[in-house]
Design a protein around this ligand. Structure first.
Ligand code: ZN
Length: 93
């Protein structure tokens, strides 16, 4: 996790190791995002397209990256929306 103040890379600590900025909101955001991705994975394992997309979109809104795009692609595949799945997969590359 990169400090928005000094750009130092940090583990999930609530204080930046270099400049001591308060990173607790970022840690909360990353925790929520990790939980949403885990929920997406659980929904996908159960074959629930709608819930996979709901949780993947929640994670994606918190912070978009290749992993959130991949879960959006999985949800789209389960929903049999192959054009959307392809677009999400390409965005993840
Ligand atoms: Zn910092």
């Amino acid at each position: 996790m990169r400090c928005p103040v000094c750009k130092a890379e940090n583990a999930l600590d609530v204080t930046c190791r270099r400049c001591k900025a308060d990173l607790s909101l970022l840690v909360t955001l990353e925790d929520s995002r990790a939980y949403a991705l885990a929920e997406a994975a659980q929904a996908a394992a159960a074959g629930d397209a709608g819930q996979t997309l709901v949780h993947a979109e929640a994670a994606h809104r918190l912070r978009a990256d290749a992993e959130s795009w991949r879960w959006l692609a999985v949800g789209s595949l389960l929903a049999r929306d192959f054009n959307l799945a392809l677009a999400c997969w390409r965005a993840a590359q």
